[in-house]
Design a protein around this ligand. Structure first.
Ligand code: SAH
Length: 434
């Protein structure tokens, strides 16, 4: 992902840090001091193999029914939803206004978290990045971005790895592993919420982490339903941006969902020849089909589409590229976000100088395009897609994000191994709250 910057807000705690690896246990979420964290332990009195359904797979109606079947009063649902989404706690025991016996029943029946934080890094610009381990031992990244307008933006992953193979991106380097389910996406939001002080809430979501959201659209939409519902996190749908490499049929499906989400399309080149070189999925699709889909999205939703353009030095950053891009997008209601490349150690691409970046944007503007530069936040913490996961996997030799020994980072994660001792995976119903 690429991250906007330009804001100087720093908490005193963050200010003291440059690139600091923060012990996960300090920050709260999903602390794992031994191989099985408290939130993952089998419920009291149950066998190791007792299956507990992830609670986020239940809709609010289903939670209501469950509470009703236990003879609970109507207001209990609101209390429970508060602890699930507004002030996510580590375990059912911490749901302080819920009767103790009910907390125990909840813990017997449901799994509160299926994921846990195994790495937590902070940059001195206030950006924080989490590496989150899933039940099958895979890991994904999510990021919290802060700015001085009070925006608290969550950037979430939608897949483990990525199949798109964009040449400059770290996410796809290890290939595609699997889609995330809706609750695994929602849990990223909840882990990020837990990084905020109690009076603050997430205000925006960018679906710009690892993976291609439009090839996992059903689960992404389900997760966003929980994120935007008043029974969930209550974030305005207009403050959600979905970034895609450009998959026309899925862009149409997204438009048909009639959600107010903002669409960002990763263009990165003004012609098919160059785009196919750096974004291989372009070969079978082509710019024309993608731009047509963008036009349909705008026509249907009335929401201006953003085009992302990552500048790679000597590849797509010449003034003639800017001129060609302006020609390609002319007569469109569009915004171009020009992003300086965030270098990935294993890859040969370089970041152009700031002067070159500005020249490129100026050229777009001269040609009448609405364009802006987005600088990168969290550079020190490898905030580009997939970078943190990639390094942890390289150092541990697994996708498990186990401890890094002798590296610059430390972790309170348990030894590598599946995150969950439970036998059966959760079903994939993914009925997040609605
Ligand atoms: N697959 C989706 C969303 C994930 S990537 C997409 O392609 O849009 C989100 C954005 O970050 C994309 O524009 C992607 O091209 C860009 N990106 C990936 N790696 C980057 C890097 N190292 N530096 C800057 N931007 C990067």
């Amino acid at each position: 992902m690429s991250i906007e910057t330009g804001f100087g807000e720093k908490s005193s705690q963050v200010e003291a840090l440059t690139v600091e690896q923060v012990a996960v246990s300090e920050s709260g979420p999903a602390v794992a001091s031994d191989a099985r964290s408290s939130r993952e332990a089998p419920a009291e009195g149950s066998s190791e193999k007792h299956y507990r359904r992830p609670i986020l797979t239940l809709s609010s109606e289903e939670l209501d029914q469950w509470l009703h079947s236990k003879g609970e009063p109507r207001f209990r649902l609101r209390q429970l939803l508060h602890w699930l989404y507004q002030q996510p706690v580590e375990n059912f025991e911490q749901m302080s206004d819920i009767p103790k016996a009910l907390r125990r029943e909840l813990a017997r029946a449901f799994r509160l978290w299926t994921t846990r934080v195994v790495e937590h890094v902070k940059a001195d610009d206030g950006t924080e990045k989490l590496l989150v381990r899933l039940m099958d031992g895979e890991t994904v990244e999510c990021v919290l971005l802060r700015d001085d307008r009070g925006h608290r933006t969550a950037c979430v992953s939608t897949q483990v790895g990525c199949a798109m193979g964009c040449k400059f991106c770290a996410s796809g380097l290890g290939g595609f592993r699997r889609n995330l389910s809706a609750y695994e996406i929602v849990e990223q939001l909840l882990h990020l919420t837990r990084l905020l002080p109690q009076r603050e809430r997430l205000t925006h979501i960018v679906v710009m982490g690892m993976g291609e959201p439009l090839t996992n659209l059903k689960n992404v939409l389900q997760a966003l339903e929980a994120a935007t519902s008043n029974n969930g996190l209550g974030i305005s749908g207009r403050r959600v941006t979905i970034s895609t490499v450009g998959i026309p049929p899925a862009i149409d499906r997204l438009a048909e969902s009639r959600k107010p989400y903002h669409l960002a399309i990763s263009l990165h080149a003004p012609n098919d020849e160059l785009r196919t070189q750096i974004v291989p999925s372009n070969q079978k699709i082509g710019l024309k089909a993608i731009l047509n889909a963008a036009d349909r999205y705008f026509a249907k939703t009335g929401r201006r589409v953003t085009f992302e353009y990552v500048l790679l030095a000597g590849v797509n950053d010449r003034l003639e590229h800017a001129a060609a891009l302006a020609e390609l997008l002319k007569n469109r209601t569009a915004l171009v976000n020009v992003i300086a490349y965030n270098p990935v150690p294993e890859l040969p691409y370089q970041t152009p100088s700031p002067a070159r970046v500005h020249r490129f944007v100026d050229k777009l503007r001269e040609a009448g395009l609405n364009a802006r530069v987005r600088f990168r936040k969290g550079l020190q913490i490898e905030a580009a897609c997939g970078q943190l996961r990639r390094r942890v996997v390289a150092q541990t030799g697994s996708g498990n994000g186990g401890p890094i020994v002798g590296g610059e980072m430390s972790t309170s994660a348990p030894p590598a191994g599946p995150a969950s001792p439970e036998a059966s995976p959760p079903n994939q119903e993914n009925k997040a709250a609605n």
